[in-house]
Design a protein around this ligand. Structure first.
Ligand SMILES: [Zn+2]
Length: 332
C-alpha cells in the first residue's frame, strides 16, 4: 500500500461503533497479571489464523476475558488502554457494549461497569456505552436488572442483541426493545452474521432497530436488501472479523463494496480486537487492499459513523467537513 494511502487512513477522523469491550482487552494487560501464562503470542493471534466456528471463538474469548475482568476497576484499566489506542488512530467517537452476563458473573451492579468505562474516556474522545444482551439472557436473575438498566441507568446509551444467531428470538425480546426505545435508548442487534438474511429482516421489523451489527448475509436476499434500503438501515461492519470467523470464505465474497454501491449506510469497526488481533486502521487498509474501495469510499465509511453518532449537530458538522477537506487534500 502506498505511503499516501496509509497517511490518508491514519489522518482520517474515524468512529468505531461496533466494539465489544471485553473483546477489546489489550493482550499486554493479561500478560501483566500472569506473565508465565500469557507471555507468548497465542495461536489465535497469529496473523494467518482463522477460527473453525463461532463456538471456538466464543470459548477462547470467554476464557481469557474472565481471567481479567473481575470488577468495575478492571473495566476501567482495560478501557483506559483501549481508548488511548483509539486516540492514536485518530478515532473521535466510540460506541462500545459490555456483556450483560457479566453483571451476574461478577455480582456487581451494571451501572458501576458503565461508570468505570466512562471514567476512562480521555479528552478528545466521545464514548457511548451499550448493554449487550444475548438472545437467551432474560433470566429470573437478570430480567429485573435488564428492566432497571433501560429505565434508570441514565449513562446507558442503548442495548444490543448479542449471542448465537441460531438461538430463536424469544418472546420477551420485541416488547423489551420497544420499551428501551420508549425510554430513549438507541437499539441495535447483531444479525446476518452467521444467521441468514431473514434475521436482519426480523431485527428491523420486530425490534425496530436502525442499526444492524454486521448484516453481512443480507446480500443473499433481495427482499431484505430492499427493506434495508427503504428503512435507511446502517450496517456496522467488521470485515476482518467476518474473514477470521469464516462468515465469508474469500475476500472477494465480502459484500461491503456492493452495499456501498447500492447506497446502504455502512461503517467500519473491529468487533473483538483481542480475538482478531486487528486495529481500526487495519480495517480501512483491508477495505482498500482486499475489497477494492477507493479513498472516497473510505471517507464515506468514516462520515457515516459521524452521521449516526450521538453528538451535537455542531460537532457532527465539524467532523463531516474535516473528512470532506481531508479527501480533497488527497484528491489532487
Ligand atoms: Zn459484534
Amino acid at each position: 500500500m502506498s505511503f499516501s494511502v496509509t497517511q490518508f487512513i491514519n489522518q482520517l477522523p474515524k468512529t468505531e461503533t461496533h466494539l465489544h469491550i471485553e473483546g477489546a482487552l489489550p493482550w499486554h494487560l493479561l500478560e501483566q497479571i500472569n506473565p508465565e501464562k500469557f507471555s507468548t503470542v497465542p495461536f489465535f493471534r497469529e496473523p494467518d489464523f482463522r477460527y473453525d466456528s463461532f463456538e471456538q471463538f466464543e470459548t477462547i474469548l470467554i476464557d481469557h476475558a474472565l481471567a481479567f475482568f473481575d470488577s468495575p476497576e478492571s473495566y476501567f484499566e482495560a478501557s483506559k488502554v483501549i481508548f488511548e489506542n483509539h486516540l492514536k488512530q485518530n478515532v473521535k467517537y466510540v460506541e462500545t457494549s459490555f456483556h450483560a452476563g457479566m453483571i451476574e458473573y461478577l455480582k456487581v451492579p451494571g451501572d458501576e461497569i458503565i461508570k468505570a468505562i466512562l471514567a476512562a474516556v480521555p479528552s478528545g474522545l466521545e464514548v457511548r456505552v451499550f448493554l449487550g444482551i444475548s438472545r437467551n439472557l432474560y433470566t429470573k436473575y437478570l430480567g429485573p436488572k435488564l428492566e432497571a438498566a433501560i429505565s434508570s441507568w441514565s449513562e446507558l446509551s442503548g442495548i444490543d442483541l448479542h449471542g448465537l444467531e441460531s438461538l430463536p428470538m424469544e418472546s420477551w425480546t420485541a416488547p423489551f426493545w420497544q420499551k428501551a426505545r420508549d425510554y430513549g435508548k438507541t437499539v441495535k442487534a447483531h444479525a446476518g452474521e452467521f444467521g441468514p438474511a431473514k434475521n436482519v429482516l426480523q431485527a428491523i421489523e420486530q425490534l425496530g432497530v436502525q442499526r444492524i451489527q454486521h448484516g453481512t448475509k443480507s446480500i443473499e436476499c433481495e427482499e431484505v436488501m430492499a427493506v434495508v434500503k427503504d428503512h435507511n438501515i446502517t450496517f456496522d461492519m467488521c470485515p476482518i472479523s467476518n474473514f477470521k470467523l469464516r462468515v465469508i470464505e474469500n475476500w472477494q465474497d465480502h459484500p461491503l463494496p456492493q452495499f456501498l454501491e447500492e447506497k446502504i449506510c455502512c461503517t467500519l469497526s473491529t468487533d473483538d480486537p483481542f480475538s482478531f488481533n486487528n486495529s481500526l486502521t487495519e480495517e480501512y487498509q483491508v477495505g482498500y487492499e482486499k475489497l477494492g474501495l477507493g479513498l472516497p469510499e473510505l471517507a464515506r465509511l468514516a462520515s457515516n459513523g459521524f452521521k449516526n453518532a450521538d453528538i451535537d449537530v455542531n460537532s457532527k458538522d465539524f467532523w463531516l467537513s474535516e473528512i470532506h477537506d481531508h479527501l480533497l487534500d488527497f484528491s489532487v
